[in-house]
Design a protein around this ligand. Structure first.
Ligand SMILES: Cc1cc2nc3c(=O)[nH]c(=O)nc-3n(C[C@H](O)[C@H](O)[C@H](O)COP(=O)(O)OP(=O)(O)OC[C@H]3O[C@@H](n4cnc5c(N)ncnc54)[C@H](O)[C@@H]3O)c2cc1C
Length: 434
């Protein structure tokens, strides 16, 4: 059994790092320190630095459906409840959707239809009138829209949830070392007396040159993890998607209050507007963009913010304007503000990686491969890390470290959500300059 008094270091105060600190602390670990390169939490480098994220239980794999249902229950508990909004969830395809998008919707729907929890919670939608029964504000033509409404799902305010969990942990005795020098981890340190095949991680070095010793080191750096564990970059890939917003006025926010979270699989998704900032967030759907370095590993650009990523590609803007023309034509020509590319850690099969790094004598864990669907699990995620430490090995095959190089494989064919073509960030930047 792990020694709960010995020092545990968590790298990264994003969704999974904070959840891990929360569950370790709840299960009796007494010496936990989180290192985070941002000055405050939420960090602008976190994939969850955002107004909102979809919280939905439908997956093609019923394993994740079960986990997401547990997470939804945990979203309703006192610490997380203020940030969870069960607005319902509309999933649709347009009449022009590619077959892959239609299949993805059907496959996800089948997993929940087969689950008795959903029997009274799902309604099939076919045509404009059906959609307006659940979202009367949809004033556009909705050409060929088909899909369903799921009453169980909604969204969570991700930045506010991170902030609240950080404050809660700091008050419960978890230590935080923040900032681009003191909190930015530059190196993992290994015991020099041991052979490389049997090495032991004994701590970290931060950008201010300080060494911090640990018994257990947990790497939760999201898209950035392969910068410290390069072999992870053989089967996880930093990938980004576009995010943009429309600035609404007070009466427009009122108009859209209570709007179900809506995901049009061949165009993009949106949420009810944020009452505080009056921003209406939109994300186009697609295969995303990578930043492949000479080493063959994809990582987010190392530059400090604002990075060369405060824009969205022209093709994504067209997709979002098409989405607005179909659903809210009155917004379709508004400026898209606060544009950004947001990075996550993708795996070919969309499975998470929650495991010990091989040949480190269980001294180093990596929590990676969120594949763009990991935020919803924030209330429960850390419990899986506690179980891993208790068991001493990953019993869930999906989440094991993969000793394979997936970089040259066909990622688009591997899962049904990756629709369209992946492009490189450098090509997008060149296109923008033209
Ligand atoms: C555009 C977009 C939309 C998404 N939508 C959804 C959704 O609708 N639903 C959903 O469930 N999930 C969604 N996700 C995925 C979700 O955001 C991630 O699964 C989740 O944030 C992963 O958490 P993490 O802790 O692994 O990484 P992150 O939250 O990215 O945290 C990593 C942390 O590490 C820190 N860090 C990085 N390098 C260092 C360093 N060297 N030293 C110290 N700290 C460092 C960063 O500052 C950051 O705080 C989306 C992701 C994106 C990009």
């Amino acid at each position: 059994m792990p020694d709960k008094q010995s020092p545990v270091i968590i790298l990264g105060g994003g969704a999974w790092g904070l959840s891990t600190a929360l569950h370790l602390s709840r299960s009796g670990y007494r010496d936990i320190t989180v290192f985070e390169r941002a000055e405050t939490i939420p960090s602008p480098y976190s994939a969850a630095y955002d107004l909102n994220k979809i919280v939905r239980p439908e997956y093609e794999d019923p394993f994740y459906t079960g986990l997401a249902l547990e997470a939804i229950e945990a979203w309703k508990t006192p610490l997380f409840g203020p940030y969870f909004h069960q607005t319902g969830y509309i999933v649709a395809t347009t009449g022009a959707a590619p077959p892959k998008a239609v299949h993805h919707l059907q496959a996800a729907l089948e997993t929940i239809q087969a689950n008795p929890v959903f029997s009274s919670k799902i309604t099939a939608l076919n045509g404009k009138k059906d959609f307006q029964d659940f979202a009367w504000q949809f004033s556009g033509p909705l050409h060929g829209f088909r899909g369903y409404y799921n009453r169980l799902a909604g969204y969570a305010h991700s930045s506010n949830a991170l902030h609240a969990v950080w404050l809660h942990l700091a008050a419960s005795g978890v230590k935080f070392i923040l900032g681009d020098r003191a909190g930015r981890v530059e190196q993992l340190l290994y015991d020099k007396d041991l052979p490389i095949a049997n090495r032991r991680c004994i701590g970290i070095k931060t950008a201010d040159g300080k060494v911090h010793k640990s018994a257990t080191t947990i790497c939760a750096l999201g898209a950035h993890a392969a910068s410290l564990i390069p072999s992870l970059g053989r089967f996880t890939m930093a990938r980004c998607w576009s995010v943009a917003h429309i600035q609404l006025n007070a009466s427009e926010v009122d108009l859209l209050r209570g709007l179900p979270t809506t995901n049009v699989r061949d165009l993009g998704f949106f949420f009810e507007p944020d009452p505080e900032t009056r921003l209406f967030k939109l994300c186009p759907l697609g295969a995303g963009y990578t930043n492949t370095l000479e080493s063959g590993v994809s990582l987010p650009p190392a530059d400090r913010l604002p990075p060369p990523q405060d824009f969205i590609p022209a093709a994504d803007e067209r997709k979002l304007r098409k989405l607005l023309q179909e659903v809210f034509p009155w917004m379709a020509d508004r400026p898209l503000v606060d544009q950004k590319l947001c990075w996550f850690a993708d795996t070919i099969d969309s499975d998470f990686c929650i495991d010990f790094v091989p040949d480190t004598q269980r001294s180093l864990l990596v929590l990676s491969g969120d594949s763009g669907h990991g935020f919803k699990m924030m209330p429960t995620f850390g419990d899986w890390v506690v179980s891993l430490l208790d068991a001493g090995e990953q019993t869930e095959a999906r989440w094991r470290w993969k000793d394979v190089d997936t970089r040259s494989l066909d990622w688009a064919a591997a899962v049904s959500w990756r629709i369209g073509e992946t492009r490189e960030l450098k090509d997008l930047i060149a296109e923008k300059k033209r």
